[in-house]
Unconditional design. Sequence first.
Length: 72
Amino acid sequence: MKQGTAIIIGAGPAGLTAALELQRHSMSSHPVEASREIGGISRTVRFKGNRMDIGGHRFFSKSDRVMRWWLD
């Protein structure tokens, strides 16, 4: 099977998780982020010497499998 590199648009939680899953399956990926920082809406930004959390920072699912996956 011919393998290439997956281009992942966005380096937020979903994009970074996709890159991790591809790596676990010995596949190459290249996340591309439009901003200067990774994390998407789940990042901490610095503004005038302060740090502020943007968006959600907690992930919850009723599925034990999903929660184990996020914790990994």
